[in-house]
Design a protein around this ligand. Structure first.
Ligand code: FE2
Ligand code: FE2
Ligand code: FE2
Ligand code: FE2
Length: 446
């Protein structure tokens, strides 16, 4: 292995605290930034937030003065890193533009992790989540066009397809079904541990962003879309974190967090095209090497465990962003009909009539689902839904959007084209008014 973070020397902790001017760097210009540079910034912000949140949780469960002091010192550095990374985003990026970038992160990160994942069950779980975030990208893209008049490829730079995945209305599951079986800490490959922690951090970041910012739009349809998809991101956090072994001690988990930060910064550093940011990733990698060394010392001191026993000797490359269009198309073709069962998966055709997620969907989708409304609105507005895809997919959108639905489609499911789509007059009304207005809508047709 070319690079082993456990044997490298990092930046001493006292040199990691920076002044306010150093903390906030000039933001990237959104018209010029490479799509995958933006993805790395979004991912590392999520990784740093997870590091800080975990450290606080650890502190609340420890009565060891030395550990509390060490966690407090490192946590301050993590906080500063998070600010520096997140504040690279420019003020002129709108919430919807950032949202498109978040879903691009989810699609290309999950694809890369699934492709490199050694554990079959974990890979299957990644593939399952992949098709959901892929569909979110498509649903939000309809609204980026309608609300802000922008094309999503201005953000994705055509590196990621915009096309229906597993329909969002079918992402709403009984909470218990999202829980997966966890890995065994002494048997799992360290790459799996890092992959799972990386993806959990990214999904947690997405969940927080949607629930904290969706209300900032005036459009009721868009506010509802954020409400709906933030719920799915909460399901994703539940899904991925449940893969982790809860029998790992807090010290083991801390080591794994620092190792994951090292692996991600190292990958960012080795793949970055922007020289200014390459230097930043290298600087922060050096910070993390010291965090990792200290966490390793604490693990040895208090539990007698060598860090290598937890993380092994092969450095994973989780944060590698590259095109995955072919991979996504293949997963879409093979697994769009997959649904969750207790700890496993089943084909939608094989689900029992009392499948718990039907009950859940009947509740939340009762008066129509926002992720279908946005497609109907785009069709009503321009005559077609917004697709930016791979030539082998174009033309198959309605097939995935309608045929992939399970047995209880939402009452407002968008049709294949203009004629089959709900009239515009219903769009801003509540369910009762919308039902009453159907006659009114019929008058327009005559
Ligand atoms: Fe950090
Ligand atoms: Fe998503
Ligand atoms: Fe997600
Ligand atoms: Fe760290």
């Amino acid at each position: 292995m070319a690079f082993n973070p456990l044997t490298e020397k990092g930046t001493p902790l006292e040199k990691q605290i920076r002044n306010w001017k150093q903390l906030v760097m000039a933001p990237y210009p959104k018209q010029l930034v490479d799509a995958y540079t933006r993805c790395r910034i979004i991912l590392m912000n999520g990784i740093e937030n997870e590091a800080a949140i975990f450290s606080h949780q650890f502190a609340r469960q420890s009565d060891n003065k030395e550990l509390l002091a060490t966690l407090a010192q490192i946590r301050r550095a993590e906080h500063q890193q998070q600010i520096t990374v997140n504040y690279l985003n420019p003020a002129d990026a709108t919430i919807l533009e950032t949202t498109i970038a978040y879903e691009q992160v989810a699609v290309d990160l999950t694809s890369y992790l699934a492709r490199t994942e050694p554990d079959k069950y974990v890979k299957e779980t990644f593939d399952f989540g992949l098709l959901e975030d892929f569909d979110h990208l498509y649903r939000y893209s309809q609204m980026l066009d309608l609300i802000e008049g922008k094309d999503p490829t201005e953000i994705t730079q055509n590196k990621t397809d915009i096309f229906p995945g597993r329909p969002t209305q079918d992402h709403h599951n009984d909470p218990i079904l999202r829980l997966r079986e966890h890995y065994q800490k002494n048997k799992a490959h360290p790459i799996s541990k890092v992959n799972i922690l990386t993806l959990t951090a990214a999904e947690q970041q997405t969940w927080m962003f949607y629930k904290d910012h969706g209300w900032e739009y005036g459009s009721p349809e868009l506010r509802q879309l954020y409400a709906e998809i933030s719920n799915v991101e909460e399901e994703h956090v539940t899904q991925y974190e449940s893969l982790m072994d809860p029998n790992e001690t807090l010290l083991e988990k801390w080591l794994l967090h620092e190792y994951t930060e090292c692996a991600n910064y190292y990958t960012c550093y080795s793949t970055e095209s922007d020289n200014r940011l390459k230097l930043l990733w290298e600087t922060f990698l050096n910070y993390e090497l010291e965090h990792l060394r200290i966490a390793g010392e604490m693990l040895k001191k208090y539990e007698g465990i060598e860090p290598e026993q937890i993380v092994g000797k092969e450095l994973p490359t989780p944060g590698k962003f590259e095109e995955n269009k072919e991979y996504v198309t293949q997963v879409l073709n093979n697994t769009v009909d997959r649904r969750l069962t207790v700890g496993g998966f089943a084909n939608k055709a094989d689900l029992p009539a009392d499948w718990p997620s039907y009950r859940y969907q009947d509740l939340v989708n009762a008066y129509g689902v926002p992720s279908e409304t946005v497609v109907s609105l785009r069709i009503a507005s321009t005559g077609e839904e917004l697709i930016r895809a791979n030539p082998q997919l174009v033309g198959r959108a309605a097939q995935f959007r309608i045929e992939a639905l399970d047995a209880n489609p939402a009452p407002n499911t968008a049709g294949a084209g203009l004629e089959e789509t709900e009239p515009m007059v219903n769009r801003a009304l509540g369910p009762k008014q919308a039902m009453e207005s159907n006659e009114f809508a019929d008058m327009f047709k005559k």
